[in-house]
Design a protein around this ligand. Structure first.
Ligand code: TYD
Length: 210
């Protein structure tokens, strides 16, 4: 999806590892699954786990000063913040790891911006535009869950994104990307073990042909 103008950043990638992102709603279990995936792949591959918002300056600001604050910023401003964090994440963490030939598993990436800020009525074209300086993932996976089922599992301290209505809109957009074959869907309503098995088998067959 975001391949249009990533040429300059592609050029920074010297030795190619594989870049895989895992997407999903809040409470979908994607962090647990991404970490389990890394653990299993480690038996065979050189692999790292990373996530967005990143641990960099802007990601830390988003996590610590914004996500759990009183008021939601305009989704346009959010999109700019997440895009800025992503450029830093790509430059400082993802590309250096890919250049060492590692497999990078990112817990959230550009599809989070397209789905969450897209759900806030920000144009998808504009979100893509401001993310052109990021790298396209080689494989993007969506762990799909029923928003109503997971909503009651979320902490009482909910982030500015965590209303049921937002989560439902976010899911609709993720499903649109699945239909457009930009994301591969895994059913996250199955048991934790079953989801983990499906994820490992999907990633292994992708890596065999990579
Ligand atoms: P989340 O994966 O829930 O982090 P954690 O579980 O560690 O707190 O991500 C934080 C929130 O940020 C989540 O509600 C989704 C939102 N988000 C966006 O809205 N746009 C983005 O581009 C990204 C990366 C995250």
């Amino acid at each position: 999806m975001c391949t249009a103008d990533d040429g300059w950043i592609r050029k920074m990638v010297k030795k190619k590892g594989a870049f895989i992102c895992i997407e999903g709603l809040d409470g979908s279990g994607k962090t647990t699954q991404a970490k389990l995936l890394v653990k299993k792949l480690k038996k065979t591959f050189d692999v790292i786990y990373t996530s967005e918002p990143s641990k960099g300056l802007i990601g830390t600001f988003i996590r610590k000063s914004y996500l759990y604050s009183e008021n939601r910023l305009s989704p346009f401003v959010e999109a700019l913040l997440f895009a800025a964090d992503r450029i830093e994440h790509v430059k400082n963490e993802i590309i250096p790891a890919l250049n060492k030939g590692k497999i990078v598993i990112s817990d959230r990436y550009v599809y989070s911006s397209l789905a969450y800020q897209g759900a806030g009525e920000v144009s998808l074209d504009w979100i893509q535009e401001i993310n052109k300086k990021s790298l396209s993932p080689d494989l993007a996976i969506f762990i799909d869950v029923d928003p109503e089922k997971v909503f009651c599992r979320l902490n009482s301290e909910k982030s500015v994104m965590e209303t049921l209505e937002t989560q439902q809109k976010v899911r609709e957009l993720y499903l649109k990307f699945v239909e457009e074959k930009k994301l591969i869907l895994i059913n996250g309503d199955n048991s934790k073990n079953r989801v983990a098995e499906e994820l490992v088998s999907l990633v292994n067959s992708f890596l065999e042909n990579f």
